[in-house]
Write a protein that binds this ligand. Structure first.
Ligand code: ASP
Ligand code: MG
Length: 415
């Protein structure tokens, strides 16, 4: 008998009918002898609806009250799921984050989990209950309800599983696993049987939206076996088969080393580029440009500085597209008067394409293979950045699909 955590996303919880399917699946796992904890999201669309109500009242809502409102979506889900389990003849009890409690910091709308008290949950498990805990929320030191940021139920589930020392955390979702790239772009994309935490972390930060990035950080930190699998299968399907389906996110790198060098191609259309041209190439220039950007709380992703000519250089960096306007205001308002650049320009029609794989650690030539592939397609690379297990390039947005397809093929990722 082992302790298993299931997480169900909004799509799986979308109607009372679907919730009853979730209950059937959970009941099946319990009957097989497992202790079960379930962490559901709000019914799909519900969080948006709740936040929309707040917006009808004000454009500038107090984040504390937003969390108070948004957290109710999950409270409804856990209660409904508990009733559905009762109907299956299963003992079940539901809790909100503050009842467990799941303790967080006070960063409303993007709180971080600090600790989880497992006493109550454990006692119920020992008494034969399925325990259902809300995703997405917790309580801060002053007793206010907090939420963990959109998609935060993934993180709740993994954190609860880690706190309880669960055998595995299964994340049931509307895709059947993690793919080599988005199957909507490349039809030949294939599901990965396994992927390492590190690769998953890169993929999540580079644009793959399968899991909330913090949940992957948690899973990696606690070495928690985490599986992404489909919630759209028949709830009565064979359990052994279900338990092996989807993609396992693992820390056992050795097994994966046997696989392809590259695990996936990620892409991201959320960035924009700012170029500050014709600035003096002298110590302190990067700080003069990026210092005020950081002070304005704007995240900078890629940075490139050209070789200098006659003591002058060009400097480019990328920010989230939503922050382009704010970043430009900082550059024009605070930076330009200081540095007197020849020209400031920006481009939002860019995208970032990345190849990811821990195999890069032991193989050379991945970067050149990537650049060769793009050059054969006539795609100009505007910026490059690398880490130990990924290479990213910024290219013109209109070549994104072409680049992803060509790289997917070049690295032998097709099914
Ligand atoms: N219900 C929350 C959201 O829509 C949390 C989640 O679904 O993971 O973002
Ligand atoms: Mg989600």
């Amino acid at each position: 008998m082992s302790l298993i955590v299931h997480k169900y996303g909004g799509t799986s919880m979308a109607s009372t009918e679907r919730i009853q399917n979730v209950a059937k699946r959970v009941a099946k796992w319990q009957r097989a002898g497992h202790q079960m904890v379930v962490v559901p999201s709000a019914m799909s669309g519900e969080t948006n609806r709740l936040l929309g109500l707040a917006k009808e009242i004000t454009d500038n809502p107090d984040p504390r009250e937003l969390d108070q409102i948004a957290a109710t979506g999950e409270q409804v889900s856990v209660g409904l799921l508990s009733l559905a389990l009762h109907k299956q003849g299963v003992k079940a009890k539901s809790y909100t984050g503050w009842q467990v409690p799941v303790r967080t910091d006070s960063a409303f709308t993007k709180a971080r989990i600090e600790s989880i008290d497992d006493a109550r949950v454990r006692q119920d498990l020992d008494n034969g209950y399925v325990v259902i805990v809300t995703g997405f929320q917790g309580i801060d030191p002053s007793g206010s309800i907090t939420t963990l940021g959109r998609g935060g139920s993934d993180t709740s589930a993994v954190a609860v599983a880690a706190a309880l020392g669960a055998e595995e955390c299964l994340i049931y979702t509307d895709v059947d696993g993690v793919y080599t790239t988005d199957p909507r772009i490349v039809a030949e994309a294939k599901r990965l049987e396994r992927v390492t935490f590190e690769e998953m972390l890169e993929m999540a930060s580079l644009g793959s939206k399968v899991l909330q990035i913090r949940s992957v950080e948690f899973a990696g930190k606690y070495k928690l076996k985490t599986r992404v699998l489909s919630s759209l299968t028949d709830p009565d399907m064979n359990l052994a088969q279900e338990a092996q389906s989807g993609t396992l996110i693992t820390y056992e790198e050795d097994e994966i080393m046997e696989q392809a060098v590259i695990s996936g191609i990620a892409f991201n259309r959320d960035e924009a580029k700012i170029t500050v041209a014709g600035v003096p190439d002298k110590p302190g220039i990067a700080y003069k440009i990026l210092g005020p950007v950081a002070a304005a709380n704007i995240d900078v992703d890629m940075i490139i500085q050209n070789a200098s000519h006659d003591g002058m250089t060009d400097f480019s960096f990328t920010v989230h597209r939503n922050e382009l306007k704010k970043a430009l205001e900082v550059i024009q308002g605070k930076v330009q008067p200081e540095i007197q650049a020849r020209e400031i320009s920006s481009a939002a029609d860019i995208c970032k394409v990345s190849v990811v794989g821990i195999g890069m650690r032991s193989h050379v030539g991945i970067a050149s293979q990537m650049f060769e592939t793009l050059s054969k397609e006539g795609i100009n690379i505007q910026m490059i950045s690398t880490s130990e297990i990924k290479i990213s390039v910024v290219i013109d947005d209109k070549y994104m699909e072409l680049a992803v397809r060509a790289l997917h093929k070049a690295f032998g990722l097709e099914a």
